[in-house]
Structure formats: C-alpha cells, structure tokens
Design a protein around this ligand. Structure first.
Ligand SMILES: C[S@@+](CC[C@H](N)C(=O)[O-])C[C@H]1O[C@@H](n2cnc3c(N)ncnc32)[C@H](O)[C@@H]1O
Length: 147
C-alpha cells in the first residue's frame, strides 16, 4: 500500500483484513490502533482513507457518536465500507452473539443490539452519502463517502 494511504479495519478482532491497519476496543499488543470509546489512540484528524467495519455495527452502542468519530478521522472524500448481517437474518445473529459472547468465550464488555437498527439513516445524518449497496449471502455491504 502507498505510504500516504491509511485504511483501518475498525473492530478488526482476530481476523483482520489484509492490507488494513488493525483497530479494536481491546488493548491487545498486536493492534495498530485502539479505540477507547472516545478516540482512536494514535490516529489524527483527516488522515484516514477508509474504515472497514465487518460484523461490527451491531456491537456499537451509540452509532451516531461513533460515526461522527469516524467522520472526524476520515480524509475529505474518505469512505466507510460496512459489511453487516442483513435485516432478515438479524434474529439468528443475536442468538449466535449470545452463545458466543456470553457462553463460549464470555466477554461481557462486548455489547450487541438485540434488535436490528437502521444505521443507514444515522450515517446520512452524520454526513455520509451512500455510494454502493449490494447483498452477499446473509450480509449487506454498503460503501459510504464522507460528504
Ligand atoms: C463479530 S467481531 C468481528 C471481528 C472482525 N471484524 C471480523 O469480521 O472477523 C466484532 C468485533 O467488534 C469489536 N467491537 C466490539 N464493540 C466495539 C465498538 N463499540 N467499537 C468498535 N469495535 C467494537 C469486538 O472487539 C470484535 O473484535
């Protein structure tokens, strides 16, 4: 990747996207950035070309606050790519999250919404424009541009 291009996998977990810097809410030593709930430590305003969020939006308690934060760090014309479970599959996903985060690997600090939320409206309110939208199996993929 060219030196001046910064792409961040936000909520990268244990399976980060190749070519992207990692960022999560945990202080794991392998992370490039840490999101402490208020800021992305080590990141600067208007420096990020793309945030990639795969299976992360349903874990964000305050969508508006977090999208505003991403907006702050993105360059002019920067983008957010979101891969999220589609609405009709959401109830099954809640069951999987309960099993995974409360029983298999208990992580009580990981929040998840028990109902589907219309994050499209929140992104628009925060200053993003929808540029691409498609479905891939049980996932919905959207690309948003900072406007
Ligand atoms: C279902 S995992 C997805 C991990 C990875 N993106 C993937 O697709 O394999 C959800 C990730 O979101 C992170 N996460 C949880 N709450 C978050 C929040 N409020 N903001 C950012 N990331 C969060 C978790 O630590 C976890 O790594």
């Amino acid at each position: 990747m060219p030196k001046n291009i910064l792409k961040i996998d936000f909520g990268s977990g244990y399976n980060p996207k190749r070519g992207y810097k990692t960022c999560d809410i945990t202080y794991a030593p392998f992370l490039d950035f840490v999101y402490d709930g208020k800021q992305i430590i080590g990141c600067k305003k208007n420096k990020v070309d793309e945030f990639y969020l795969r299976n992360v939006v349903h874990h964000i308690p305050n969508l508006k606050e977090t999208f505003m934060l991403l907006h702050h760090y993105l360059k002019k014309n920067g983008t957010i790519k979101i891969v999220e479970v589609r609405k009709e599959h959401y109830p099954q996903n809640v069951i999987l999250d309960i099993i995974w985060y409360r029983y298999v690997i208990p992580r009580y600090e990981i929040w998840f919404s028990t109902h589907y939320r219309n994050y499209f409206e929140t992104l628009k309110e925060t200053g993003f424009t929808l540029k691409n939208h498609y479905f891939k199996e049980e996932k919905e993929v959207t690309i948003w541009k900072k406007s």
